[in-house]
Design a protein. Structure first.
Length: 267
């Protein structure tokens, strides 16, 4: 019997985490979402009595503290695993290289703030808000969903120079997790940055420009992993991520690992 809290749970990878965790009726699954009335998460909760939908915005310190308090009321003040999955990007600039970032302070903030607010600030506030629950849990695990796009070796080998703000924010997340691991190890708490792989979370038919961008990325990814055939589905990604989380221990705390549990096969 384990308890899990998942942020960014209303769609994509986060929703799949909730779906797979809820399949075990002995689990208690807390979904932290900005909109509890979101149809997809509401349907999951209605079909699984072990899913509890809690309003919480990771970019708002007061909101996430209230979410942690609501979670404590459900679990009796404990939590085994926190999965911080929330993510945001500035779509308009995602294809820009660093030399294309404008000499405009406000424009740069618009580019970087969505990613920094969810990955760095949100990761910090969410972890600190739920830490008292984790300390009283059994597994004592903190997991932040990161990306191989923040791995220096992967960047250098693939030659991917775009998605600057996203990659920078995830790199900061990785450092922040290592700092948490260093601080919390004496208390038996493990922290992990986890890359879910190259996951297809697009809902509905993809526009032609998105398909074209995917093909460009595929060619670059194949420079690093020649056997990569394309994106994997959320079901496969989350299933493998949960296996990595299950194995998280004192030897792997503080690391960035792939959904395969290593630092080599990222896709």
């Amino acid at each position: 019997m384990s308890s899990y809290a998942v942020t960014g749970a209303s769609k994509g990878i986060g929703r799949e985490f909730v779906r797979q965790l809820a399949a075990d009726p002995t689990n208690t699954v807390l979904t932290i979402v900005r909109n509890p009335e979101s149809p997809d998460i509401s349907e999951l909760a209605s079909n699984h009595p072990n899913v509890h939908v809690i309003r919480g915005d990771v970019t708002d310190p007061k909101s996430i503290l209230e979410a942690a308090s609501a979670a404590a009321a459900v679990t009796g003040g404990t939590l085994d695993v926190l999965i911080h999955n929330s993510n945001a990007v500035d779509i308009a600039s995602i294809s820009s290289n660093p030399t294309q970032i404008p000499f405009d302070a406000e424009a740069v903030r618009r580019i970087f703030d969505p990613s920094l607010s969810t990955a760095i600030y949100g990761g910090l506030w969410t972890t600190n808000a739920f830490l008292p629950l984790i300390e009283r849990g059994v597994q004592k695990k903190i997991v932040h969903i990161s990306s191989a796009m923040a791995d220096l070796d992967f960047i250098n080998k693939s030659g991917i120079s775009y998605a600057v703000a996203y990659a920078v924010a995830k790199a900061g997340m990785n450092v922040q997790i290592a700092k948490y691991a260093a601080e919390l190890a004496p208390r038996g708490i493990k922290a992990l940055a986890l890359s879910p792989g190259w996951v297809d979370t697009w809902e509905g038919e993809k526009p032609s420009q998105v398909v074209e961008a995917d093909n460009v990325m595929l060619k670059q990814f194949q420079v690093v992993e020649p056997d990569c055939k394309g994106q994997i589905q959320p079901e496969e990604s989350v299933r493998k991520c949960l296996q990595v989380i299950e194995r998280l221990d004192a030897k792997t705390t503080g690391l960035l690992l792939s959904h395969n549990g290593d630092q080599a096969k990222w896709l």
